[in-house]
Design a protein around this ligand. Structure first.
Ligand code: PLP
Length: 471
């Protein structure tokens, strides 16, 4: 497979280059495969559906062809996924896709573990260390840190906004040792991301160190996230006729979104044949994308802090990939876009619990809220009121055709539950009056010592720190 660049279609690189460079330093653009091959219909139609690992292997194959032999790919997949996603029905037409069964209890484990193993595979004959720089608004850092921990020849520096992530998330980030370390930056996630982006375009720094990224801008994190969309949509397609007696239901996938890496992976899965009719992009007060869908104008902005803090992104990087893959009209046909505020998020946690008994985290709650609003009230097509963006919580006034199937009760939803509710225990217990139970792997981290290094948000101090600490 060849990969091109969102900003320059004449670029053509192989998988190894796309993975190790992270982004194209010459253009500032993002790598994207030149095609998304459809899986064989005999594979897609199989009943029962193939296992998660089988799907992962089949989907990864075309993207690494000629660079990773089948048997090596198979061991990479086995090593990545000792855990699997789980599809949990919570009412007759609503399925939660639990993506928190990995080591750090968030969906980012799926992408980070694949990336780590692919990078170490490509790095195996190098004698210089590969330095990974990663900015995180929440769960990226811990997933990436955990995925690379003790991987020889690779060194990881994590930047997170000091005081803007949950205490448990901070504990997960600040307690790594050895080849993984964290910097707590006096600033926002966007400041962290800017430091990392500046480092990547800093020629003098790049001459000294082999740098790579691990954000959702890295294509090797994006591709594996497509695996669970395929898996869940096949499972749900096969279950709907049994669970709700609906034939030919449309499958709507609701994605709590920040940097839009997860949603982009969903779009890739759909291109590869996943039976997904449409997507809801569910966001918080950082509603840059809903505003884009509403007005046709994309306007990045500074992020604001919310209860679903892993989605606090005002300038979502993967907008660039989405708009490279589709025209605005196509996006409007595939996607409905929604946002809610903190009040709505708390209400979503409470509502989901009282209507279904399911305890959902603040990110999944935004997805629940969007789905529940869509199936009870629909989307109002009052475009005039949204000329300046989606001013009130709710849907962008762009109604995809598939919304009709929801009104006709011929649709089911897959809600992506991107983190374990115990990671946001205070918010969840405030909403439901009940503390979510804590998985053992999270409990353990609370007693480890904090090793994070304080850092300003100016590039100069960051660079100085890198020069005196990286080897
Ligand atoms: C990162 C994250 C998101 C947002 O995912 P994007 O790919 O950035 O859109 C949502 N929920 C949780 C828990 C996350 O960690």
């Amino acid at each position: 497979m060849m990969y091109t660049d969102t900003r320059d279609r004449s670029v053509s690189v192989n998988f190894r280059t796309a993975v190790l460079n992270g982004m194209n330093a010459q253009t500032g653009g993002l790598y994207i495969p030149v095609e998304f091959p459809r899986l064989d219909s005999s594979f897609l139609e199989r009943i029962p559906e193939p296992s998660f690992r089988e799907i992962a292997y089949e989907m990864a194959k075309p993207y690494v062809k000629d660079e990773i032999p089948d048997s090596d790919l198979e061991s990479i997949i086995q090593d990545c996924y000792p855990f699997t996603p789980k599809v949990v029905p919570i009412d007759p037409v609503t399925y939660v896709l639990e993506l928190f069964h990995g080591p750090t209890c968030a969906f980012k484990d799926f992408g980070a573990r694949f990336m780590a193993r692919v990078m170490s595979y490509f790095n195996r004959s190098q004698d210089r260390a590969l330095h990974i720089l990663v900015a995180t608004s929440g769960d990226t850092g811990s997933a990436v840190g955990s995925a690379f921990l003790n991987v020889p020849g690779i060194d990881v520096t994590i930047l997170y906004p000091d005081g803007k992530i949950s205490p448990l998330q901070e504990k997960q980030l600040s307690t790594f040792t050895g080849n993984v370390r964290a910097l707590k930056v006096k600033g926002t996630f966007d400041d962290c991301q800017k430091l990392v982006k500046t480092a990547f375009t800093d020629q003098s720094l790049r001459e000294q160190f082999r740098l790579s990224s691990a954000n959702s801008i890295n294509i090797s994190r994006l591709l594996p996230q497509a695996f669970y969309y395929m898996f869940a949509s096949l499972v749900v397609r096969n279950r709907i006729p049994l669970d709700s007696k609906i034939d030919g239901a449309s499958v709507i996938t609701v994605v709590p979104s920040g940097n839009f890496g997860n949603l982009t992976s969903g779009l890739i899965a759909r291109e590869m044949g996943a039976p997904i009719t449409g997507f809801i992009a569910a966001t918080n007060r950082n509603h840059t994308v809903p505003d884009w869908i509403a007005t046709g104008e994309y306007a990045a902005r500074p992020s604001v802090a919310t209860l679903s803090n892993a989605m606090d992104v005002g300038a979502p990087s993967n907008y660039e990939r989405i708009s490279a893959m589709y025209s605005l009209d196509e996006v409007r046909r595939i996607l409905a876009a929604y946002w809610t505020d903190d009040e709505g998020t708390v209400d979503g946690i409470r509502q989901c619990k009282s209507k279904t008994g399911y305890v959902i985290d603040p990110h999944g709650a935004v997805a629940w809220k969007a789905w529940n609003e869509l199936r009870t009230s629909g989307i109002k097509a009052d475009a005039a009121s949204q000329a300046g963006g989606v001013m009130q919580p709710g849907f962008a006034a762009s109604v995809p055709e598939w919304a009709q199937s929801i009104a006709e009760k011929k649709a089911a939803a897959i809600l992506l539950e991107t983190a374990h509710p115990a990671k946001f225990g205070a918010t969840v217990s405030n909403a439901t009056g009940q503390e979510p139970s804590m998985p053992e792997r999270l409990e353990k981290v609370m007693s480890l010592p904090d090793n994070a290094v304080p850092m300003g948000k100016d590039y100069k101090s960051f660079k100085e720190w890198l020069l005196s600490n990286l080897r």
